[in-house]
Design a protein around this ligand. Structure first.
Ligand code: MRU
Length: 360
């Protein structure tokens, strides 16, 4: 996607042998890139959310493994690097999926050939992600178009967190249908949940949509229900960090409450995700490990001061405990449909198996 006329992806290899990423911890105030040179650089970037979003976490892990093998391509090094990367963030299944994909590709090779092969496979994984997100955009756009035709006015879409191109390699999952529809001339407007505690909606989704020219309004997380009661939301589209084989959707904390409000108000609720986000080994959403992050993300908030510097300030009294669970699970029964690269299906085992018959 473009920022000020320049096309960007979130991650790409550079001539020096490093892997360059957009440093998302600085957005929306500053567009800066960061070079990852080692396994630890990649692990740290995922842990500290310099890169984040399920597909991008997977892509960074794939490149992280390749970086680790530059010094030593032995089986032991692959094991060690995989363990380090896997321990960074537990919820998005794309991480384990990406490591397994690269490992399967390099396993039969001689140790000395593995680093180069891992870089190549990480590159293909990124290209696949871009193609899948583009296809999600096309399938999701059809839903927006249909709604626009029946409403005969602009379509108001609500989204939570950031499931845009910054969360993937390009295009995004939940935002891909929005970009595709906007580019096709469909009139739409996006309600952007700010997404406390880290404000990925306010800082990243608003940044992306603004850079592309998509009309949008940032709202506090608790406004969505009221807007739905008053007919001001026509559909909800969110991303996912892990979707079970039965269609339960794990996504940024607060997604479940939006799904409840959507159901109560007859608003269609879709989750957009590529195949790499489906955990075929899990049937029940409650079995998904939910990441717990540090209290400080809740007790403090950061923003731009009048002098142009970014500051973190405390918003909770000293001594009050804070709980920071980063994701929640929306049961399949509250999900109108899953938008995947293969099309839209009901959020159910049967629905997913119809799109992915090889998984029967
Ligand atoms: O904690 P984050 O910022 O990594 O969480 C991101 C989300 O919850 C996204 O909605 C999800 O990864 C889908 S991304 C296309």
């Amino acid at each position: 996607m473009k920022i000020s006329g320049t096309a960007y992806r979130t991650i790409w290899p550079v001539k020096s042998g490093a892997v360059r990423v957009i440093d998302q911890s600085r957005l929306p105030f500053e567009l800066r890139t960061l070079d990852l040179n080692t396994l630890e650089d990649a692990a740290q970037a995922i842990r500290t959310m310099v890169v984040r979003g399920a597909p991008l976490i997977g892509a960074t892990a794939a490149y992280g493994l390749a970086l680790a093998l530059r010094e030593d391509g032995s089986d032991g090094r692959i094991e060690h690097a995989s363990r380090v990367l896997q321990a960074t963030r537990p919820t998005a299944v794309n991480l384990a999926w990406a490591l397994a994909r690269v490992r399967a590709f390099i396993a039969p090779l001689a140790p000395g050939e593995r680093a180069r092969a891992a870089f190549e496979e990480a590159g293909r994984l990124c290209e696949d992600d871009v193609a899948q997100c583009r296809a999600i955009g096309t399938h999701g756009m059809a839903l927006i178009r249909e709604l626009g035709v029946s409403l005969r006015r602009r379509v108001n879409v609500l989204t939570h967190c950031n499931a845009g191109w910054l969360a993937c390699v390009d295009w995004g999952t939940a935002l891909a249908p929005i970009y595709t529809a906007y580019d096709a001339g469909i009139e739409l407007h996006v309600w952007v949940d700010e997404t406390r505690p880290r404000n990925q909606g306010a800082s990243l989704t608003a940044y992306e949509l603004g850079a592309h020219g998509v009309p949008h309004t940032v709202i506090v997380d608790n406004l969505g229900g009221h807007l739905m009661q008053h007919g001001r939301v026509d559909m909800v589209i969110v991303g996912s960090d892990r979707t079970t084989a039965a269609g339960d959707v794990c996504n940024k904390v607060g997604t479940y409450l939006k799904a409840l409000a959507a159901r109560d108000n007859g608003v269609p609720f879709y989750a957009a995700l590529p195949v790499s986000t489906i955990d075929w080994s899990l049937d029940e959403g409650r079995l998904i490990e939910i990441e717990e992050r540090c209290e400080q993300e809740v007790t403090h908030i950061s923003g731009l001061a009048a002098d142009g510097s970014v500051h973190s300030v405390r918003v909770v009294p000293e001594g009050s405990a804070a709980l920071n669970l980063a994701f929640d699970v929306t049961p399949a029964r509250l999900v109108t449909g899953l938008i995947t690269e293969r099309g839209v299906c009901p959020a159910s085992r049967e629905g997913l198996q119809r799109l992915y018959p090889e998984r029967r």
